[in-house]
Design a protein around this ligand. Structure first.
Ligand code: PLP
Length: 452
């Protein structure tokens, strides 16, 4: 245990630690909260205040924090082979076993994996794989990638370029071969249109964009099954079938970024199963190790893998820690817990419908415009006027206020735009979901008082 007091830790942190997605000036003035331990679905700060973790960490601790089997697997691996690389025809036991285990849980037709440390690196890897694939097919002009506005694919230069977060784009110079189409966000952008009509219309922007750029130049379309960081945007039912039709008819690859949706979050192992589409590549990270070790990667579908694996020549891409033995050991333990305890199926049948049902009870709240979600992920859209969907405030201040109220009430949730977002651990009980909803309700009441 550290001998430093909370005040000393906070001082050190605000003086020396540059945090991700943080206003540096503000943080160095105010400092933040130091977390010191966790148990089941609760996290505790250095003053022993308890918070129900309604975000599973950063959408990753799907099995909660008390998973000794994962910790033991990492411990054992660290003692046996703490590191060796996977370059130059070398591998290690957990990496080889994890590759096979991932093939077992991903949809049919995915028999190969490329390991990274994170979702961002996995999406960079996607670009490298897709470009290599079309080069090997002697279609070297096929380099352009289409993503979506308000999509999130990570924070490296390439991953942030694939994403459509405008405020991020403004802060750096992105890569110039990524183009974006609209998101299927009916509540914010669909106006009076029928939801499914809107879904078709935004999906068809993909077709129009391919025509505009020239099919001979376009390599791939990347999208999250449900946009997570963008505010849990649930696509209309019509959306994914139309995207699938377009991708089938055109010579472009479909990348499903399942960094949040993968490993059960949407009620199936992968979001593409929930929405019934067949991607060519699947990005994963986060919950693959229950967040306990950094691990990400790309599941490569047979169409792409067969070309990559039957042509000569080295793929000039790799990371020092690709297939790290301790991370793969954590992944193996995570997958085996999920399989042995039927976590995905059980959650989909019991706690996920309960979460959705209980959250929908907040629909009547005067500042709630929409409750949307599926599986163990949901968003509550705050509005001033339920009928006109008038914004509750000009900026996202009301949602930030509501989030802070929730935190003060012992609940970790996230504010995205005007939405409150939650993605609790899949091992939550009904009582714990009740606690989550009650605390959220109290935060909504306080927000209504302040903003309505
Ligand atoms: N893709 C999606 C859909 C994500 O939500 C995230 C992170 O939240 C990433 C990629 C980036 O993953 P990482 O933060 O591990 O780089």
């Amino acid at each position: 245990m550290s001998k430093n007091t909370t005040a000393q830790l906070q001082q050190a942190d605000r003086n020396h630690h540059l945090h991700p997605f943080t206003d540096f000036k503000q943080y160095s003035a105010t400092g933040g909260r130091i977390f010191s331990r966790a148990e089941h679905i609760y996290i505790y700060d250095s003053e022993d205040n308890q918070f129900l973790d309604g975000m599973s960490g950063l959408w990753c601790c799907n099995l909660g924090y008390s998973q000794p089997k994962i910790i033991e697997a990492v411990n054992q691996q660290m003692q046996q082979l703490p590191y060796y690389n996977n370059f130059f025809n070398c591998s290690n036991q957990p990496a080889a076993e994890m590759a096979k285990a991932l093939v077992e849980v991903t949809p049919d037709g995915f028999n190969n994996v490329f390991f990274t440390n994170s979702g961002s690196e996995a999406n960079d890897t996607n670009i490298r794989l897709v470009h290599r694939y079309y080069d090997l097919l002697e279609k070297p002009n096929k380099k352009l990638i289409i993503g979506r506005k308000n999509g999130y694919h990570g924070s490296t230069i390439a991953a942030a370029s694939l994403g459509g977060m405008e405020f991020m784009h403004k802060q750096y110079r992105g890569i110039d071969y990524v183009h974006h189409i609209d998101q299927p966000h009916w509540f914010a952008e669909g106006g009076d249109s029928d939801k499914n009509e809107f879904g078709l219309q935004v999906a068809r922007q993909l077709e129009a964009k391919i025509d505009e750029l020239g099919e001979e130049n376009v390599a791939a379309f990347i999208a999250e099954p449900i946009q997570g960081a963008g505010g849990v945007i649930i696509p209309p039912d019509s959306y994914w079938p139309e995207i699938q039709r377009i991708c089938n008819e055109r010579d472009i690859l479909l990348i499903s970024d399942e960094v949040i949706c993968g490993f059960g979050r949407t009620g199936n192992w992968f979001g593409c199963e929930t929405y019934n589409y067949q991607p060519d590549l699947i990005t994963f990270a986060k919950a693959v190790t229950n967040g306990f070790q950094p691990l990400g990667g790309v599941m490569v579908g047979d169409k792409v893998a067969n070309v990559l694996k039957t042509n000569d020549g080295e793929f000039g891409h790799g990371l020092t820690y690709s297939g790290h033995p301790a991370s793969c050991a954590a992944g193996l333990a995570t997958l085996s817990i999920m399989q042995e305890q039927n976590i995905v199926e059980n959650t989909a049948q019991t706690i996920a419908p309960y979460l959705q049902q209980q959250l929908r009870s907040l629909s009547d709240h005067p500042i709630v415009g929409e409750v949307r979600g599926t599986g163990m992920v949901a968003a509550i859209e705050l509005v001033k006027n339920k009928n006109s969907r008038e914004k509750i405030a000009d900026d996202s201040a009301a949602a930030v206020f509501c989030r802070d109220q929730a935190i003060n009430n012992g609940l970790m949730v996230r504010a995205v735009g005007d939405a409150m977002v939650t993605a609790p651990p899949m091992v939550s009980s009904k009582d714990e979901i009740d606690q989550l909803v009650q605390r959220l309700h109290r935060a909504l009441d306080a927000t209504a008082k302040e903003y309505n």
